[in-house]
Design a protein around this ligand. Sequence first.
Ligand code: C2E
Ligand code: MG
Ligand code: MG
Ligand code: MG
Length: 285
Amino acid sequence: HSKRIGGDRIEVFKAAMRARKSDRLTVESELRRSIEREEIKILYQPIIRLEDRTIAGFEALARWDHPKLGRLSPAEFITIAEEIGLIVDLGNFMLDRTARQLSLWQRTTRSHETLFASVNVSSRQLLRQDLIQDLRTVLARSSVTRGTLKLELTESMVMENPEHAAQLLTRLRELGAGLALDDFGTGHSSLSYLQRFPFDTIKIDQSFVRMSSKGTRPVILRSIIALAHDLGMEAVAEGVETDSDAVELYQMGCEYAQGFAFGQPMTAEAATKLLASHGRMEVAR
Ligand code: C2E
Ligand code: MG
Ligand code: MG
Ligand code: MG
């Protein structure tokens, strides 16, 4: 089972990182050169419009193809990138590439100009004033439809300094970025603050979608969806692995779903084929 193998490899990697300081330094310097060496790859995971099961957008997810260790997941390298200050370069790379890819899709596929793409932003990027200028540059270069390049931020990130975040997010929104609140429900956000942040989307954390308790799960999901709608936002459910989850979420009024039921994170080439081949997504079996 691939998850198991992946998990074991993470342990091997982490053990190696702990074992010798020199190993850690090697990984750090390898990571510093990974962007220019084109080892950082972007996979795009489809986000499905539940009403008609067409592709509404994609989330861009980073992977590091390490020459010796193979493909590493964000859990294995994002923290290191943050610690060595590389996350800003990595974040800009993700934003720039994703914006270019989105622009291409909007111009060449029938999914037309409303297709969106979202990019995860780290708290280190949010703290820097340059994010505004960086985003302005990326948007000017790519000419994507206003609001379709979305930044994904978590509750804990914006709650670190809510006043600053509210101002920054308002400016990013004015520049034409979309804003999604990622992993909603896992951090502690103040509901009174939530309405002051100009998010257009709430992403319901996968832990709620995959809850086993039949009693509380629908209550929680319905509440989050209602909260999103009351605040004028749309809801995306993360970690949707089965068709019955998708049906249930649609009946609850959730607009979008993302998860293995509809598609794994895939290369830009595979995503382009998918956009071109059919309008409606089949559930993977
Ligand atoms: P996230 O933003 O919440 O991304 C969703 C994660 O859930 C992805 O893991 C995706 O592969 C996984 N996923 C999607 N559907 C399913 C499903 O049905 N079942 C299960 N079990 N998992 C599903 P991934 O790609 O490993 O990314 C993990 C996290 O790393 C992301 O969580 C995000 O916080 C962070 N990340 C990824 N790319 C970047 C990046 O470019 N920059 C930053 N700062 N963080 C990133
Ligand atoms: Mg995300
Ligand atoms: Mg998420
Ligand atoms: Mg997550």
